[in-house]
Design a protein around this ligand. Structure first.
Ligand code: ADP
Length: 424
């Protein structure tokens, strides 16, 4: 059966977050990396999420990529579509949320959609069109000073209004409290007023469920990953989701296991210290690497002595003062790239030469480098290991690999061990 929902996400980790929520709601989901090639094959699923890297590109580029992704999803048989952006509505007056949403509406021949970045579980709520992060208005948080997308206005009706020539309205808290019919009545009224968009208030998951039921038949929905919370149930009620369980079932993968870490976040450093109590690890020294020493070779020799018996961790991660000293010596970007390249080569060799089939990667950028070195074109999304991080099985790698990609601050202290166990 063709998938129900086709999603276009403007960045990689956001795509995984969305896919994770869809699986939790009972939809079998794959995430594809970049606009897929025409002949890309996907397993039988209910939702496909195309992960782009378009959040901060020039608007015209973001539009082009997003429309290409939409066209692919349409060709794959998807019936409804979702444009996923950040739950802090990361954008500027030039875009990219407005221009991309305009283009997707046009492509679908549709005249109305909603904008709802609310994700109450992570503290993102919308009240009277204003986005809150925790107890603060968005514009009072650190997002005000974001280097690429400074958010100085919390009124999403105004923010989106500056990104599109179309009219933006509001579906208020009280409409949502009024239930499914009240939301639909409000939607029709806004369309009658010539609105193409409605910012949707939502302060808790119950409201997202109500909104999901009311709006599940729109051709296009736009929002953060929280908007996916109410959709699976609404599709199920419409008879579109036939199966009841097993959305998180992915193929079982046996084989050797390893962890590769490039994140220097406090959470990752804690996870490394925890791992060190019971398992072997190897520290990749950036200065030796920069001096041309064969640190990759040393790491692989270390791994090869042990990996038949137990999983190994290879890490570049270091505490802030060390990272600063290294960045002062090598340059911030140079150090980052050097280490990402080394970690990616190590991961690739472990998979190709040492039979590693279960791999945990810590760090957003590090994950990007590893995924591209392994030639991964997509991820079949499995059960959540810790909040926001699902176990996955790769597509496009010949033999499938069980992969857990964790950005810096995610995961409990024992995440590495737990992830490898749960992916077995
Ligand atoms: P996170 O998800 O925590 O932000 P990332 O992988 O996205 O993790 O970013 C961490 C960056 O820091 C990467 O570019 C990585 O190569 C770099 N890095 C890792 N270890 C060190 C180190 N010891 N010194 C300097 N940079 C490092």
């Amino acid at each position: 059966m063709a998938p129900i929902l086709g999603c276009v996400a403007d960045d990689f980790t956001g795509a995984t977050d969305l896919a994770n929520n869809l699986v939790r709601g009972g939809m079998r989901t794959v995430q594809l990396i970049g606009v897929p090639a025409a002949d890309t094959e996907v397993p039988d699923v209910d939702a496909i999420v195309v992960a782009l890297k378009s959040r901060t590109n020039p608007a015209a580029e973001a539009v082009e990529m997003s429309v290409a992704a939409l066209d692919w999803l349409k060709a794959a048989g998807c019936q409804r579509f979702l444009f996923k952006y950040c739950s802090t509505f990361d954008s500027t007056d030039q875009g990219n949320i407005g221009p991309v949403a305009d283009a997707l509406l046009d492509r679908l021949g549709s005249d109305f959609t909603i904008a709802c970045p609310a994700f109450p579980e992570t503290g993102r709520t919308i009240f009277k069109g204003h986005l809150f992060v925790g107890d603060q208005l968005l514009s009072d948080t650190h997002m005000r000073h974001h280097p690429l997308t400074p958010m100085t206005d919390s009124n999403l009706v105004a923010v989106l209004g500056r990104q599109t020539t179309r009219k933006v309205g509001l579906i208020q808290h009280r409409d949502i409290q009024g239930g499914v019919d009240a939301i639909r009545t409000r939607t029709e009224a806004l369309k009658g007023e010539g609105c193409s968009y409605a910012v949707l208030d939502a302060v808790d998951d119950a409201q997202l469920h109500t909104a999901g039921e009311a709006l599940a038949d729109l051709d296009l929905i736009t929002g953060g990953s929280g908007i996916a919370i109410g959709l699976p149930e609404a599709y199920r009620r419409r008879g579109l989701l036939a199966h009841a369980a097993g959305a998180a079932d992915v193929p079982e993968i046996a084989g050797r296991a390893a962890v590769v870490a490039g994140s220097c976040s406090a959470v990752t450093l804690g996870q490394i210290a925890e791992w060190d109590k019971t398992h072997p690890s190897f520290n990749v020294d950036p200065l030796k690497l920069a001096d041309g020493e064969d640190v990759v070779g040393e790491a692989l020799t270390f791994a090869r002595k042990r990996i038949a018996e137990e999983p190994v961790l290879i890490y570049a991660s270091a505490p802030p003062e060390t990272v600063k000293a290294i960045q002062d010596r090598l340059g911030r970007a140079e150090a980052g790239e050097l280490l990402e390249g080394a970690m990616a080569r190590i991961a690739k060799a472990l998979v190709d030469q040492d039979g590693v089939r279960r791999l945990v990667v810590a760090g957003g950028e590090t994950s990007g480098a590893v995924v591209s070195a392994l030639g991964v074109t997509g991820l079949h999304i499995g059960a959540q290991i810790d909040p926001g991080v699902p176990g996955t099985v790769t597509l496009g790698t010949g033999e499938p690999i069980a992969l857990a990609l964790k950005s810096g601050n995610f995961g409990a202290i024992d995440f590495f061990e737990k992830a490898l166990k749960e992916m077995a």
